[in-house]
Ligand binder design. Structure first.
Ligand code: SAM
Length: 248
């Protein structure tokens, strides 16, 4: 096939190739037909895609797929595969973030930034001092999806409905290493992590209560500090994600 093996060149040379998540398995499909009106509108009328334009799709399989547009109308888009490629996910952590609900704007900023850096799943926490106790889940999903698409992720992080600490603790995964961020904790070092699967609790604006800190202790969850400076909750979430996922 003429365009085969052009994947990396295309991506490196032409950053204008847009990436989209699609909720349909793409492996072994030489041709794909898109009928989703919202997506078609975005491609045709907003991004003004034309026949022969290239796009990258991913389907949460760990692969991404370079297609060209064979036909684009108001009702359907037909795509033909040029190449598929397995994505190297690197050596970071499989990270679940458990952020307490905080003010909407800051929570959303945090979702966007840490998705770019690398979080596999969000479990929003209804903390005792959370000022807010509701979350617009659909809006959060869309922020996460956009950040994942934009930053080249091949999987869209999941996000669950907000839950109380007791529930999250009861359902925690046996093979995952949990830590809770608190300025009064032991100084954090990656050396304490005995597992590549990690989950991090981050408190709300007013911090964790004594009761919540006791619950962490009772459940053998290490309470760790990022230093003496008190960071805003969203900054602490971005900082721990960066420490875990970026660099060596
Ligand atoms: N006065 C609150 C306290 O002492 O816990 C401050 C809370 S801080 C604004 C919000 C959350 O960010 C904290 O609950 C914690 O999870 C995280 N955080 C902020 N600074 C931190 C630090 N230096 N070390 C660890 N976690 C921190």
């Amino acid at each position: 096939m003429l365009y085969f093996s052009k994947f990396d060149e295309q991506i490196q040379e032409n950053m204008k190739i847009h990436r989209f998540y699609i909720n349909t398995p793409l492996q072994n499909k030489r041709e794909v037909e898109i009928k989703d009106h919202e997506l078609i509108n975005q491609w045709k009328n907003v991004l003004r895609f034309n026949e022969e334009d290239k796009i990258i799709l991913f389907d949460n399989s760990g692969y991404e797929f370079l297609f060209f547009i064979k036909e684009i109308t108001d009702k359907r888009v037909r795509l033909v595969l040029l190449e598929e490629k397995k994505i190297d996910l690197g050596g970071g952590y499989d990270l679940h973030l458990i952020p307490a609900l905080i003010k909407k704007d800051m929570f959303e900023l945090m979702l966007e930034k840490v998705t770019e850096i690398g979080v596999q799943k969000f479990l929003p926490l209804l903390a005792e001092r959370s000022i807010k106790n509701t979350l617009n889940l659909e809006r959060s999903k869309s922020i996460i999806k956009e950040a994942a698409e934009q930053s080249g992720k091949v999987r869209i992080p999941e996000i669950t409905e907000p839950e109380k600490l007791e529930t999250i603790l009861k359902n925690r995964e046996v093979d995952r290493f949990y830590i809770a961020l608190d300025p009064k904790g032991e100084k954090f070092s990656k050396k304490v992590l005995t597992n590549k699967k990690v989950a991090v609790f981050v408190g709300p604006e007013g911090g964790f209560t004594e009761k919540e800190l006791s619950l962490f202790k009772e459940n053998n969850i290490s309470i760790v500090s990022l230093g003496e400076q008190i960071l805003r909750a969203e900054t602490a979430a971005i900082a721990i994600t960066s420490i875990l996922q970026l660099g060596e």
